[in-house]
Design a protein around this ligand. Structure first.
Ligand code: NAP
Length: 296
């Protein structure tokens, strides 16, 4: 069996087309466009590149965007004051703080300082709580929501499926489990979450109808860990040295793609899978936050 490729580029293009209409309708109704502010602390090259990508996507869609840059040694209070000013700025509808933050800044304090109504990453505890409780009006975190959208829009049956997630981070594993277990269409899955203390990981992953790899470990998922016909979602984005690549490195997923695609019925590639969906759902949340704020 050679797996069907589930392309995040294709699914996100479909969502961007829908978003174009929602942005036009917003402009018509309110006379402005939704605006995303990104706060970047320090000069980590990967973070800079992610922030650039988000700004470019806003530009492509005709959304407003701004980047607030603070030095890597900026005190925590300076960041909190910056967020306070953004929270009070009526012209900004969505805000995110690019992670990771320098070690001297407490991430939990910063994430709690974002106005929950502008929290397009859905990292504020109030929004996490609303998500867990299944509040239909809360914005959902971008990567897990993107995975759900990619599955549903590709015709993968989530309802009634056994979804095994490898990884229990607050960004991917835990929120994805909470989203897919909700009692609603596109969810209603039976979910198992695995981590480094899971005994006999392969025995559990082989029971998955849908296997999601979010371990941050290259080729952690091998073909013998996948049931024939399973759907495999590779969230991993791991930088590995590659002297033959133009920049001397490339990004690989958590799944041994070439071997697993011979076992699975469908699989997401890296790059071009979950990554484009994450940025897409960020744009989606920015537009939704603006509608929620100014009214429909
Ligand atoms: N494409 C995107 O948009 C996107 C977005 C977010 C993340 N990512 C990528 O997705 C990956 C995961 O990200 P993250 O933020 O969730 O990572 P993380 O915070 O490092 O969490 C990794 C999780 O995987 C578990 N794990 C690691 N190795 C394992 C193994 N061999 N067997 C079983 N469990 C294992 C860890 O278990 P313990 O809890 O026991 O340590 C942990 O729960 C990374 O490669 C990241 O770059 C991609």
């Amino acid at each position: 069996m050679t797996a069907r490729i589930i392309s995040g580029k294709e699914v996100s293009a479909q969502i961007y087309a829908e978003l174009g209409g929602r942005i036009a309708a917003f402009r018509e109704r309110h006379g402005i466009v939704p605006h995303l502010a990104v706060v970047l602390v320090g000069d980590d090259p990967s973070s800079q590149s992610y922030v650039r990508m988000k700004s470019e996507r806003c530009l492509d869609l005709g959304l407003g965007s701004s980047v607030v840059r603070l030095g890597g040694l900026a005190p925590e209070d300076e960041l909190l004051n910056t967020l306070d000013a953004i929270n009070r700025d009526d012209g900004i509808h969505g805000v995110l703080v690019q992670l990771p933050l320098p070690g001297h800044i407490r991430e939990t304090r910063v994430l709690q300082a974002v106005d929950p109504r502008k929290d397009v990453d859905c990292f504020h505890p109030v929004n996490v709580g609303r998500m867990v409780m299944g509040d239909p009006d809360v914005l959902l975190p971008c990567t897990p929501h993107g995975i759900q959208q990619m599955l549903v829009r590709s015709g993968v049956r989530v309802e009634g499926s056994h979804v095994v997630i490898v990884g229990r981070s607050n960004i991917v594993g835990k929120p994805l489990a909470n989203i897919l277990v909700q009692k609603r269409p596109g969810a209603n899955a039976t979910v198992t979450v695995c981590h480094t203390r899971t005994s006999d990981l392969g025995a559990i992953t082989r029971t998955a109808d849908i296997l999601v790899a979010a371990a941050g470990s290259p080729r952690a998922i091998t073909a013998d860990m996948v049931a024939p016909g399973a759907v495999v979602v590779d969230v991993g984005s791991n930088r590995v040295d590659d002297p033959s690549a133009p920049r001397g490195y490339r990004f690989v997923g958590d799944v041994d793609f070439d071997a697993v695609k011979e076992v699975a019925s469908a699989i997401t590639p890296v790059p071009g899978g979950v990554g484009p969906m994450t940025v897409c759902m960020l744009m989606w949340n920015t537009v939704e936050a603006a509608w929620n704020r100014l009214g429909r």
